[in-house]
Design a protein around this ligand. Structure first.
Ligand SMILES: [Mg+2]
Length: 253
């Protein structure tokens, strides 16, 4: 029994690396791991093997659950920051260094206007998750600058949490249904949300490169503060917001 429990604990710890867990039916009956199964959707049963989808995120913290928080899922590149590799931007806020098989690269990173205010003001109102299609080393180096004390962003998901569709040119796709959160309570912010699943959860923002007059995150902040305590479906609120801004809301076509 211990062995199976350890196995499952390790799976859950490394959940960003595991999309589907295979559990032998015999083990389920023998060890009574029904609690684990009740928290993770069973995808199917085949030849006495259970296929269980493990959520990308651990259960929401008790305090967040108690205060009925929504989850704000933020993309990184061209949503919160813009970076260039080995070539300094005209202006940048900081530089990071990343190793790769052929050596080291330096990334020059420009923060999107209002990003610090957004994170600071929403840290207690939302469960903030950054979900990026970039790799962990690069993303962590940037997120450690945006959240130096690690008390703003609850969870970080990287490329290995995306779905890789078949085809040599296919881009990693984010599927919010793998998060383990009620999609009624998820707001997704990504400059390329059209490439991902659950577009109805997306608060549209334009791609950020270097426009220092950009106010997209300020609009997002206003919206998030307004609806933080709303009981309505986040997808309906996002749609209403887009309609009320005006019919030709930028990024919402
Ligand atoms: Mg992006």
């Amino acid at each position: 029994m211990k062995e199976l429990e350890t196995k499952i604990t390790n799976w859950k710890k490394e959940e960003t690396k595991w999309r589907v867990v295979v559990v032998q039916m015999a083990d389920v009956q023998k060890y009574g791991i029904m609690k684990f199964l009740s928290e993770n959707p069973v995808l199917g049963l085949d030849d006495n093997i259970l296929y269980v989808q493990v959520h990308m995120l651990p259960p929401m913290a008790k305090s967040d659950r108690k205060s009925n928080k929504k989850t704000l899922v933020l993309d990184l590149d061209e949503t919160l920051v813009h970076s260039t590799v080995n070539k300094p931007l005209k202006r940048h806020d900081f530089a990071i260094q990343c190793r790769h098989p052929d050596g080291t690269s330096i990334y020059y990173v420009l923060k999107r206007p209002w990003v610090d205010l957004l994170l600071d003001e929403l840290r207690n109102l939302y469960e903030i998750v950054v979900f990026t299609a970039s790799n962990k080393e690069y993303a962590d180096a940037i997120l450690n600058k945006l959240d130096p004390h690690g008390n703003i962003i609850r969870h970080r998901l990287y490329r290995d949490s995306c779905i890789q569709l078949p085809g040599p040119k296919s881009k990693p796709v984010k599927d919010l249904s793998t998060l383990g959160r009620n999609l009624r309570k998820v707001i997704f912010v990504d400059d390329s949300y059209r490439h991902h699943c659950q577009q109805e959860n997306a608060f549209p923002v334009r791609r950020f490169l270097d426009d220092m007059n950009d106010t997209e995150l300020l609009s997002l902040l206003g919206f998030c503060k307004r609806i933080a305590n709303s009981e309505s479906d986040a997808r309906t609120l996002i749609l209403s917001h887009a309609i009320s801004r005006h019919n030709g809301c930028p990024g919402w076509n």
